[in-house]
Design a protein around this ligand. Structure first.
Ligand code: HEC
Length: 147
């Protein structure tokens, strides 16, 4: 019976060693930071920033709210001549302050190679590549955003 006692004692020592030294060590293996944001911390984060899904949804809504999001890159081409704010530069006419109807009418004239001023041919190539939807949106953009 002496041997059995020693085996049991050995097991006890090992279990104690495992529970106090090896196991706590193992638990954090692969997790360099034990400061994960869970429980209260996560609740606070959500309160301030919203959940990840809410954040994505808000971003999507912002993009949807900006009906001109597709037209802005197109406008940057126009802005090279007409100015970022449509203020006009040198020989390039000012577009800011015009109505959508006015802009649409002009662009359609240029698209059909019509003459407006002496430099109309400059605009023929510009307007020629615009779809009707582009022209409509550019007109609206200029009326609404470039006052
Ligand atoms: C290379 C320079 C250049 C670029 C780029 C350009 N334009 Fe023009 N734009 C002109 C010039 C020059 C005129 C004057 C043409 C004329 O004499 O009729 C003009 C005239 C216009 C007019 C008529 C203004 C008026 O009061 O009669 C509109 C509207 C217009 N541009 C819109 C645009 C839009 C929208 C874009 C982008 C898709 C664009 N332009 C890109 C040079 C440019």
């Amino acid at each position: 019976m002496k041997e059995l006692g020693m085996v049991l004692f050995g097991c006890l020592i090992f279990t104690g060693f495992f529970a106090t030294v090896i196991y706590p060590d193992m638990e954090y293996k692969g997790y360099p930071s034990t400061h994960s944001c869970t429980g209260m911390c996560y609740a606070e984060y959500v309160e301030v920033n919203g959940t990840v899904v809410e954040q994505l949804r808000a971003k999507q809504e912002l993009a949807n709210l900006d009906e001109f999001s597709n037209i802005r890159s197109l406008w940057s081409g126009c802005a090279a001549c007409h100015g970022q704010e449509g203020q006009g530069m040198a020989v390039f006419p000012k577009l800011a302050g015009q109505t959508q109807d006015y802009i649409v009418d002009r662009l359609n004239t240029y698209k059909n190679r019509g003459e407006v001023g002496a430099m109309s041919s400059t605009m023929w190539g510009q307007a020629g590549m615009l779809s009707d939807a582009d022209i409509n949106m550019l007109g609206k953009f200029i009326e609404v955003e470039l006052k």
